[in-house]
Design a protein. Structure first.
Lengths: 425, 425
């Protein structure tokens, strides 16, 4: 029925729907698990990952070798590759998550109705979380840690290239679960290298309560088109910084530099600079001196000020470069800046640098994005930086979660109602 | 490109993507709209619906006549039909929504980071909400009222049978919007009778921020399979009442009667009674005397106690009868009751009648549903009864909204971050 699907634990059925049933069963157990057990499982797993790092590295070396022989590009191989540092950060990540407060059980709201009914909204796990991801094998531990801490079962569907590494990491985590008397099946790695099987996975209606694709636009679009289960999109970040006429221009230089160059390859890096016409002539040449390593692509006004800039196309403004490249546009004011962002933005993170209160307020209100920032770098839009502890991604959709997703976003609220025999008239 | 799609206002393009652009534009305006303007638009619409009720009834009579001639069944015609009372409740509904507090602008959370960044989560509209619905023309006003009050634009895609009625109601609402200087396009009725066009509608990625299908299982399943936009499922309610050994049995009789018979056709009505073996012999015959009009289908133990009961099949236990019919099972205790609900429930509303604290706590924790109730009727699971004011549906999924969806569920939280020049190190 389904394509070749082997669970890492060969005792079970090799059918995807069987794996789904086991995951649902485990989710019921996990929902009842004590915080201390969950924390212990994560710490145990962290210890084991360090103790068995040689085995992980060995499996990973084979994955890398195979991918290299198959002609994988350098960045792809880099994402696939593990080393002692990366393994240490997987273990460290699990320990950090163990330390975070457990979101499960919080009474988020509660009120009494005139008829005496006590209505409460209680935080509970989502159930089964499905993760579809690409090369990075550290996602296996990172994503699992967050999902398990929030009381969920997780079904992981990684790439074929990372299968060997993922199998070892998943086995270690399952072992840690069972050593702490939690169900091993709270973590299930779906092993099947075909593209077709992703489709079956994202259509596990009635099993997967929340699907999170982690990867590039190709993966995300495929999942969006094929999925029949509820999902959260962690989309592109085409982020803008708008330097207003009233901005502190030294601050603006610092922030644009940080937003563009501190880590160009991540989604909260800035891709476009919008600068008010009144300050462009002063600001842009200084920016070039500040970040000479960044290639600037600008509109006609920018190119008039910066002879070294290349004329930007429509497509450039819509591109998430993830590189030391930045588009620039000189705008007549706030309205034009907001229009530009509305047109080209991806609803991720948008910043304004200004000293004008009305501009700041209008920017915050009118720019439609997961995060808007005043006088701060877009690079802060991150679970750790916001104080959520850790994140499983940054949602660019509006349903359920918007912006960095921490433990709370891996839960939902259930109505628990206490009566004394009330009936509805 | 698209099948025949005519906007009610013929000035615009007749292409669905053009309608989508207009809706997005209107959503930006609506997000900024003052509470007073939104309230005034709803009150103006309520007045106009009453003033123009003859016109609505005339258009509706033609819809009903056409549907009758095409062989529509009685219940379907009943849903389609409007009368003075139903029109009065449309108008009354809009007035009630106008009175509710505006969720937009609430600062749901806020905290300061060690580096001085002030991180807040601010409640904002979702943007464009798409509603796909079936025969009831009153949904046009009811759904639009809630979406608009929460600051959204709404795209409505009703059934071909109700098109005449929907056009008149939509025109009245659009007129009210423009009279209060809000954008008419905040309400767009998509007019196209083909099944194919629903598919185009639910694939308006980049336009629809939240899709809510309102209708039967056929519609919901089609939408789930075809949609590429984020959606909230308002699914079936196969609700259970479990009468525990320790229950106050007079209370249990009241509640089971109310849950089953007060309005059998709605999703929060009970469909199955689970009764503890220790009290079944006493309880079941009394239930039959209490609700003789209800046809009972039971397991072997039930049939042994109630010779008049029919033996229930697997399928019966999985069925939402929406009728004066109820399945019954005698269980050995709480574990078996929870197992039964886990197997057959649809995650809607589940009740326990008990005086045992541990049973109540376990039931609330272990039953996975949008709402669990102790010693109260499942019929309370409703936006109005919970005090949300009004509801656009009851979500049976876990993402974003679970249970009755009021105004708050038609919004989302956006991060607004204030700094003083911070950059990330």
């Amino acid at each position: 029925m389904y394509a070749k699907l082997v669970c890492m634990d060969d005792n079970g059925s090799n059918q995807l729907d069987q794996l789904g049933k086991r995951s649902k069963q485990a989710a019921q157990e996990m929902a009842k698990a004590a915080t201390l057990s969950k924390n212990e499982a994560l710490s145990t797993a962290a210890d084991a990952i360090l103790a068995l790092s040689d085995e992980i590295l060995e499996a990973n070396a084979l994955d890398v070798e195979r991918a290299g022989a198959a002609g994988a590009v350098r960045t792809s191989l880099d994402r696939l590759m593990l080393n002692e540092n990366r393994i240490a950060s997987m273990a460290g990540g699990l320990r950090e998550v163990a330390k975070l407060p457990d979101p499960v059980g919080e009474i988020a709201k509660g009120w009494q109705r005139p008829n005496g009914l006590l209505v409460t909204k209680v935080r509970v796990p989502l159930g089964v979380i499905g993760i579809v991801y690409e090369n990075r094998p550290n996602v296996t531990a990172d994503a699992a840690g967050l999902c398990l801490k929030a009381g969920n079962a997780v079904m992981l569907r990684g790439s074929s290239a990372a299968l060997g590494s993922n199998k070892v990491i998943a086995r270690i985590l399952r072992q840690a679960l069972s050593e702490t008397r939690l169900p091993q099946d709270a973590l299930i790695l779906v092993e099947d290298p075909t593209r077709e099987s992703v489709k079956d996975f994202v259509q596990l209606s009635g099993v997967i309560d929340c699907l999170i694709p982690r990867g590039g636009a190709g993966l995300v679009n495929m999942v969006r088109a094929e999925a029949t289960v509820p999902l959260i999109i962690d989309g592109d970040g085409n982020c803008h910084v708008y330097v207003d006429a009233s901005a502190d221009l030294d601050m603006a230089l610092e922030i644009v530099d940080n937003a563009k160059t501190s880590r160009p390859s991540v989604c909260n890096a800035a891709e476009t600079l919008l600068v008010h016409k009144d300050v462009a002539t002063y600001f842009l040449p200084r920016l070039v001196s500040r970040i000479p390593q960044v290639e600037l692509l600008g509109d006609a006004k920018t190119c008039a000020i910066l002879p070294g800039a290349v004329l930007a196309t429509e497509k450039d403004y819509a591109t998430e470069f993830l590189d030391l490249k930045m588009t620039v546009a000189v705008v007549n004011g706030l309205d034009e800046a907001i229009e530009h962002i509305t047109r080209y933005g991806t609803g991720h993170s948008e910043a304004i640098i200004t000293n004008d209160l009305v501009s700041a307020e209008r920017f915050c209100r009118e720019v439609d994005a997961a995060a808007v920032l005043v006088n701060a770098s877009t690079r802060f839009v991150d679970g750790g930086e916001f104080g959520l502890g850790a994140e499983i991604g940054i949602s660019t959709q509006k349903l359920h979660a918007r912006g960095p997703m921490g433990l709370e976003e891996l839960t939902c609220l259930k109505y628990v109602v206490h009566g004394q025999g009330q009936v509805r008239t």
